[in-house]
Design a protein around this ligand. Sequence first.
Ligand SMILES: N=CN[C@@H](CCC(=O)O)C(=O)O
Length: 272
Amino acid sequence: MSVFEVRQGTSPVILGFPHTGTDVPAEIWERLNDTGRLLADTDWHIHKLYEGLLPDVTVVRATFHRYVIDANRDPENVSLYPGQNTTGLIPETDFDGLPIWKDGAAPTEADTAERLRQFHAPYHAAFLAEIERVKAIHGIAIVYDCHSIRSHIPFLFDGKLPDLNIGTDMGRTCAPEIEKAAVDIAASAEGYTSILNGRFKGGWTTRHYGRPETGVHAIQMELAQSTHLAAEEPPFALDASKAERLRVPLRAILQRIENTAFDLKTLTGSEA
Ligand SMILES: N=CN[C@@H](CCC(=O)O)C(=O)O
């Protein structure tokens, strides 16, 4: 059974979903404690939230849960935020800092090596193949990595998270025009707060693939779950009317990014 899903499109934009998957193999499920089994740190439903917003977009989605192994972390487990609370390649805790494995059942180095091989590597091989395919069509590819998180998590940040959190690793992962496209639409989205490179600056996917000088740009969108869930607690149900409202600025952001990609392609003469 595949550990990822791909939908191929002809747009220069590729949507990544590393954290919407909820598949946990039985032998790994056995080792999770009751806290872990809540799968609380899932980016609940956001692949459905983005469905149909940009007709020809490519989608790459991991179907395994981030507690199996986190597809948005460095395979060498280098911390995203050295010195700050965060979660690692195979998390030991959830976002509240609570242990997720039964006593004595935490993953070993051998488990990490095996899960890199079975899950992380195939997902990123598929991702890279899509970047290369799209870049062969357009001479440019834009990775837009889709995320969501609870808006109150004292272990990770103080206070309430803004609604739309854009991450470009301080401008390193994409052209300024692409960053501006997202920032401008987010800032003018009525009823939503937004920030650029606040607490969430972009995970490993964004930082790894975003190489603007090679024509591959990456940008991350971290949505506060209060913008589209009925409540930020189990069962983490989608609120259909909140979701419909949020789809308006998300569609506008994706369209503006796509148009910017076409502009950049013309400017740089990078037509393939
Ligand atoms: N919902 C997930 N959030 C991402 C954020 C990466 C970042 O720090 O920007 C994650 O933990 O991988």
